[in-house]
Design a protein around this ligand. Structure first.
Ligand SMILES: Cc1cc2nc3c(=O)[nH]c(=O)nc-3n(C[C@H](O)[C@H](O)[C@H](O)COP(=O)(O)OP(=O)(O)OC[C@H]3O[C@@H](n4cnc5c(N)ncnc54)[C@H](O)[C@@H]3O)c2cc1C
Length: 453
């Protein structure tokens, strides 16, 4: 039997190893990781932010139902976030050990048809790239004279070695600029803003937050987030960052006028780029789609697959895991039948849900109302229900939000968009109505069903 080299130990790479074993693949599987098992998601993404989500959600809830003030302890929050991350990482380590996956800690490089690990070249039968993505650096895009960039953070530094100091500074009172009103920027502002002595600003280039979401969701979320100590500037372009002794002076353009803010921290959430190994890709491919529907690297003579963030489009952990299942089946298919039968298409991509873990949460999948109306010449049915009329929401003292479902005139669901408490679970319930593909969002309790169904 042939050997498989998986590069990247994030959700995609780990799931691929697991799936191969569950399909009965018994040969050597090498998994090469250059930072931490669990990848961006477990260490500096989904998991630490959701550990903070737990604090923030309960902070507001407790305050509301007991009508009391709560004193936050930044060290306690820090310790808890770290404990959660370490527990999940350890679980991944144990799982890979049990599955007899050879984990190697190094940066894999590539040379022609070989993979280089610890400066030694190896032939491979199958290579799977689960190399993820990296945050775009704000300092590459704006004018700046910065001498001290120690408080210009991205998700890696924020959830990594700067977290403890950041939490302590928030507790004392700091001014934070978040660049980018996508889901990462919004979660950052919403969750950390429980530190009421601090003030948060979001500068977003487009004319609404969560630009790809349904407009009503963007507007409703804006209404709930843009208050208290969070100030959102839409249609605003960051132009320059100047050093201002211990702080930063940021200049942005809003509707043709220059505005400025003095802040202590800048958090960049302006987007991510696929971490493609440049040695392997065909640079003449200008549309940036490097993998075909079988998730095979286009133009490669050898069997090279991609999965997860490296394949672009929706960069989400549950998408990486779903693609891992396809790649695993294709690998086995290829070895036994010399063909690749399993595909990841744009139709499947449209059923991959997104969840924004802000307070309140938002969740969605499929076409937005505008997209559906454009596509079907307004021939759509939009149904909407509000939590303010739902007995459980009323009992929970949480009446905010609504669920909106868009149908074609055959009664088929084209898209669903919701905002409110616990909509991460509600979107999972609705997804179960689709028989073709059901991908539960990560991290949610619904994922436990993946092991059972
Ligand atoms: C702040 C934040 C919050 C997020 N929250 C969520 C969320 O709630 N839900 C969700 O679904 N998604 C979330 N995401 C997105 C999620 O983290 C990614 O979609 C997911 O991690 C992608 O998995 P992956 O396996 O493709 O890559 P990654 O998790 O990025 O893992 C890739 C790994 O490969 C390693 N690597 C790269 N190149 C090499 C090499 N040459 N040799 C060896 N190792 C290499 C990297 O070090 C990395 O560990 C969040 C992201 C961020 C930044």
């Amino acid at each position: 039997m042939k050997e498989v080299f998986i590069v990247g130990g994030g959700p995609g790479g780990v799931k691929l190893a697991e799936e191969l074993r569950s399909l009965g693949f018994e040969s050597k599987i090498y998994l090469i990781e250059d930072r931490f098992l669990g990848g961006e998601c477990t260490n500096v993404g989904c998991i630490p932010s959701k550990a903070l989500f737990n604090f923030s959600k309960n902070f507001y809830k407790t305050q509301k139902i007991f009508n009391t003030d709560i004193t936050l302890n930044p060290d306690n929050i820090f310790t808890n976030i770290r404990r959660v991350v370490n527990t999940i990482r350890k679980g991944i380590e144990d799982k890979l050990k049990k599955l007899e996956i050879d984990v190697i800690f190094d940066t894999a490089k590539f040379n022609n048809d070989k993979i280089i690990i610890f400066n030694k070249e190896y032939n491979y039968d199958v290579l799977a790239l689960a190399t993820g993505s990296y945050p775009i650096n704000i300092l590459d895009l704006v004018k700046s004279d910065i001498k001290d960039d120690s408080k210009i953070l991205n998700n890696r530094t924020l959830w990594g070695d700067k977290l403890k100091d950041f939490l302590n500074d928030l507790a004392k009172g700091s001014r934070i600029l978040i660049v980018g009103g996508g889901y990462i920027g919004l979660e950052t502002a919403s969750l950390f803003s429980i530190f009421k002595k601090s003030v948060f600003y979001i500068v977003e280039l487009t004319d609404r937050i969560l630009f790809n979401a349904d407009k009503e969701i963007s507007n409703e979320l804006f209404k709930h987030l843009n208050k208290d100590n969070v100030n959102i500037f839409i249609s605003s372009k960051l132009i320059e960052i100047k050093q201002n002794n211990g702080s930063y002076l940021v200049i942005f353009e809003k509707e043709g006028k220059l505005e400025q803010l003095e802040v202590d921290y800048i958090i960049s959430a302006i987007g991510r780029k696929p971490n493609l190994p440049l040695e392997l890709i065909n640079k003449s491919d200008t549309n940036n789609i490097y993998f075909d529907n079988n998730l095979r690297l286009k133009g490669s003579k050898k069997l090279i697959f991609g999965l997860g963030d490296v394949t672009s489009f929706k960069m989400l952990a549950h998408k990486a895991e779903y693609q891992a299942k396809i790649v695993a089946k294709n690998i086995v298919d290829y070895f036994y039948k010399n063909k690749l039968s399993y595909e990841y298409t744009l139709n499947i991509e449209s059923l991959i849900p997104g969840v924004v873990f802000t307070i309140p949460q938002a969740a969605f999948y499929g076409l937005t109302e505008d997209e559906a109306k454009n596509k079907l010449n307004n021939n759509v049915i939009v149904r909407k229900a509000y939590f303010s009329a739902n007995p459980k929401a009323i009992a929970d003292l949480d009446r905010i939000g609504f669920v909106k479902i868009i149908y074609n005139n055959l009664g088929e669901i084209l898209g669903a968009h919701m905002i409110g408490n616990d909509v991460d679970l509600l979107v999972s319930v609705l997804l179960s109505y689709h028989s073709e593909v059901v991908v539960f969002p990560h991290p949610t309790l619904s994922e436990i069903l993946n092991e059972l169904i």
